[in-house]
Design a binder for this molecule. Sequence first.
Ligand code: SAH
Length: 222
Amino acid sequence: MEEQRKARVNALISEGILKTDRVIQAMLAVPREKFLPERLHEFSYVDSPLPICQGQTISAPHMVAIMNEALELEPGNIVLEIGAGSGYHAATIAEIVAPRRGERQGHVYTVEIIEELADFARRNLENADYGNKVTVIHADGSEGYPRRAPYERILVTAGAPQIPQPLIEQLKPGGILIIPVGGLYMFQSLKIARKDEQGKLTVEDRGGCAFVLLRGKYGWKT
Ligand code: SAH
C-alpha cells in the first residue's frame, strides 16, 4: 500500500498538480485505505472518487491535492471543512496545520450532514490517529460552524448553488475559502475566495470540477 501511495503522489507531482513540499508530505503521510470500506481497499490509490455510503464519495486524490495547494495551508491554521465524508481530506489538512513535530498546532473542524457518515469519519480519523487534531460535527455545514469561528481557511467538498453567506462571515480577514459552485450534472466551477484585511472578498475561478451536492439551508433543495 505504501508503494502505491508513493506512486500516486509521484504521478501527481509529474502532472504538476502537487507542488508544495508540505502538501506532498501530507499526502504521503495519510493512509487513504484507512478511510475506505474494506471492499474498496485495493482501489485506495486509483486517482478517482470512490463510493463511501448513501451515494456520497471520497474525493479523488488529485482533487484533494488541488484544493490543499490552493488553500496555502500553514501550521497553526484553524480550518473548517464542510462535508467530512470519510474524513480523509480533513486528515491531510491536519498533517499540515497540526504537524507531529512543531509548536504551532492548528485544528480542523469538519461538518457532516449525514449522521452515519459523521460516525464513519470520526471512527476513521481515530483509527488513523487524527482524533485529537480533527473534530467531526454532525450538522448542516451550509451554515458553517459559528461556535469556533472565525476560520483562517474554509473548504467545501460539495457543490453549492452559490457561496453561502455564513461561510463568508465566518472567514477571517486574510483567509481563503474554496468551494465548488454548481449543481449535479451541471457545470461546477472551483472558486477560490480571498478576504483581505479590510474584509473585502475577491473570487477567482479555477474551472471545472465534479462534486456531490451541498444540501441544507444554503444548499440545493432536492
Ligand atoms: N471530504 C470528503 C468527501 C466529501 S463528499 C472526504 O474526504 O471523504 C461530500 C460530503 O458532503 C458528503 O458526505 C455529504 O453528505 C456532505 N454534505 C452535503 N451537504 C452538506 C451540508 N450541508 N453540511 C455538511 N455536510 C454536507
